[in-house]
Design a protein around this ligand. Structure first.
Ligand code: MRU
Length: 359
């Protein structure tokens, strides 16, 4: 679709008439390209290939994707419609395994359809589109609230390290999650020095985080992943903020591969390590991070990272896309409902019980 609407670059997934428009994140930072998705297979592929990525955006895209899949359904009764919807939902759920927002958003769409059982099929379709819009709109409020709760953790002049990208384009809203307090502090005139880990193998830190922070006029410095320890030892980092893809009941948090190492380094250097997590990323059905399914991705992401081969042909490759940071390394989890400090489990359960009641 070309370089349209660059001013709204942060709106990385939206519904327009009868299609989904995404910011094609694999092309960044060289090209700001918006792509349209008109069939559910393209939605699956966009999620799988990380054209859309970041836990909240994966959820929002899947919700719109499910509506897209059934909007022209010719089902004559609810049972037929439900069979089609469930098939498409299971298909979309198979695109990526780790970020729980994907399953959470699809479950919300399914229960929206179930609640509407008995209504005409066209009305159910309308309600599904409204539900997808609502998931997106709520996310904007969630990120603003994360920013508000996390702001007091930031002081003027601080050095902040972040890993991967948990910013605007991962959430389709201005603030993001891990970057939310940084954006808000910047708006309020605080001077910060952000360090972005490159985040190999797919370089979300160098391609996306530095790109969006630069656009916002925030002081950002790129480092390779293996520089974090030295930068901490030099006293340049006073806090670490990261996003996450799934938080277990005990507070263990899965995020982009490399996050666990950063957390250990932060502990060793006495630096607070904060995880920003919308409640849609908390999965109280699992007791610990050991139960989180970690996505393994293609070998060529490691051997030909930037289009150039950097390893011998046929070398064996292990490419887990996420790791789990044990709760003991996490100083606090920042949600849209407030900050949770250790011990996490009882507080997480209480928070989630209240949240489920309010949906
Ligand atoms: O593989 P990605 O790029 O989807 O991984 C993204 C992350 O790990 C983010 O930190 C996480 O999803 C939070 S985004 C608000």
């Amino acid at each position: 679709m070309g370089n349209l609407n660059e001013a709204d670059f942060w709106d990385s997934v939206k519904w327009e008439q009868d299609r989904i428009i995404i910011l094609e994140q694999t092309k960044l930072p060289l090209e700001t390209v918006f792509e349209e998705l008109t069939v559910v297979e393209q939605v699956w592929e966009a999620i799988r290939q990380l054209k859309v990525r970041g836990a909240p955006v994966i959820g929002i895209t899947a919700a719109y994707g499910l509506y897209l899949a059934v909007m022209n359904s010719e089902a004559e009764n609810f049972e037929q419609f439900w069979t089609e919807l469930k098939q498409h939902s299971d298909y979309l759920a198979s695109s990526r395994p780790t970020a729980v927002n994907l399953f959470w958003a699809l479950a919300r769409m399914e229960s929206c359809a179930q609640r509407a059982k008995g209504l005409p099929i066209n009305k159910i379709k309308e309600l599904l589109l409204e539900e997808a819009h609502l998931i997106k709109a709520e996310n904007t409020e969630i990120c603003s609230n994360i920013a508000k709760y996390a702001l007091p953790l930031i002081k003027d002049g601080m050095g902040i390290l972040t890993h991967c990208n948990a910013g605007s384009i991962a959430t389709a809203t201005k603030y993001g999650t891990a970057l939310a307090p940084i954006y808000l502090a910047h708006e309020q005139g605080l001077r910060l020095k952000v360090f972005a880990d490159e985040t190999r193998p797919l370089n979300q830190g160098s391609r996306l985080t530095t790109w969006e922070l630069q656009k916002a006029g925030i002081d950002v410095t790129l480092i390779c992943d293996n520089m974090a320890a030295a930068v901490m030892a030099q006293g340049k980092i006073q806090a670490v903020f990261v996003g996450c893809d799934r938080v277990a009941r005990n507070g263990d948090a899965a995020n982009k591969i490399g996050t666990y190492g950063v957390a250990i380094l932060a502990k060793e250097h006495g630096i607070p390590f904060y995880v920003a997590a919308p409640t849609s990323t908390i999965d109280i059905s699992i007791a610990t991070g050991k139960e989180i399914r970690i996505e393994e991705r293609y070998a060529d992401e490691v051997t030909c990272g930037l289009g150039k081969r950097t390893a011998p042909l046929d070398v064996k490759v292990y490419n887990p896309a996420f790791d789990v940071t044990p709760a003991k390394y996490i100083t606090a989890i920042i949600t849209e409902k407030g900050i949770i400090e250790p011990p996490f489990e009882s507080k997480i359960v209480e928070l989630m019980q209240k949240t489920t009641q309010s949906i």
